[in-house]
Design a protein around this ligand. Structure first.
Ligand code: NAP
Length: 242
């Protein structure tokens, strides 16, 4: 049987790396992306034993996206599972937010999902099978002071997913989100310790989640067992929001 071809954006570290590793372990052929050559080499290294590969991709760049899909399709076959994981934060209260910080977060976290999904569904619709999994955030529903740009992208991608689910469901292509809470990665390392501790007070499970906790939910959504789930958001947040 041929291996499932799975593309994970932002696989150089954090959640994307855990997702790529999990799929590789499950036997998928994984293409993981990073923004730099060094990051792509790192992905090549940790996927080496399973035959997966690392590639450079800036999800803000349509030309790079098209090139990568063309390479994957011509050498390996159409992408069957797409995980839109790449994301950034540029926090600040709205009163002081710079226009470029608003634009950059929207472009990287939300418009990227439009670009990637639009390109990926071509092959999925043809194959009458496919999975798109978007990494949202607990703040899509909760809101978080200082993250109006970030929360807007995550709420936006949940609405996008529900809409695309209606457009592509009849072809057995599903699109869902996983909404992490506080997960231990470089992104949460940037948080001030006092702020982090006060946020943890609101987490019934009383600890940060691990990237592997998110990878487990993503893996489930890509599995055959999840073929009747679409347009859904799975919260993985230790009870931070329920
Ligand atoms: P991270 O450790 O900061 O990693 C971010 C990843 O995104 C890196 O692989 C980075 O690549 C990639 N990336 C950044 N800008 C990119 C661009 N323009 N094009 C392509 N790739 C780009 O983040 P993380 O914590 O694992 O977060 C992953 C996802 O989970 C994000 O969507 C984030 O919003 C979401 N999330 C995280 C948390 C959390 O607590 N950590 C909570 C909720 C949601 P380089 O290494 O090359 O820079």
């Amino acid at each position: 049987m041929s291996r499932t071809i799975t593309l994970v954006t932002g696989a150089s570290r954090g959640i994307g790396k855990a997702v790529a590793k999990r799929f590789a372990k499950e036997g998928h052929f994984v293409i993981g992306t990073a923004t730099t050559e060094k990051g792509a080499e790192l992905i090549d290294e940790y996927l080496h034993d399973t035959g997966g590969i690392g590639r450079v991709l800036d999800v803000r760049d349509t030309e790079q996206i098209n090139k990568l899909f063309e390479e994957i399709e011509s050498v390996y076959g159409a992408v069957q599972v797409l995980v839109n994981n790449a994301g950034i934060t540029k926090d600040g209260l709205l009163m002081r937010m710079k226009d470029e910080d608003w634009d950059d977060v929207i472009d990287t976290n939300l418009s990227s999902v439009y670009r990637m999904s639009k390109r990926a569904i071509r092959g999925m619709m043809k194959a009458r099978r496919g999975r798109i999994i978007n990494i949202s955030s607990v703040v899509a529903k909760m809101g978080n002071a200082g993250q109006s740009n970030y929360a807007a992208t995550k709420a936006g991608l949940e609405g996008f997913s529900r809409t695309l689910a209606r457009e592509i469901g009849s072809r057995q292509v599903t699109i869902n989100c996983v909404a992490p809470g506080l997960i231990e990665t470089d992104m949460t390392d940037e948080l001030d310790e006092r702020l982090l501790n006060s946020m943890l007070d609101a987490v019934p499970i009383s600890r940060l989640g691990q990237p592997e906790d998110i990878a487990a939910a993503v893996s489930f959504l890509a599995s055959d067992e999840a073929s009747y789930i679409t347009g859904a958001v799975i919260p993985v947040n230790g009870g931070m929001y329920m």
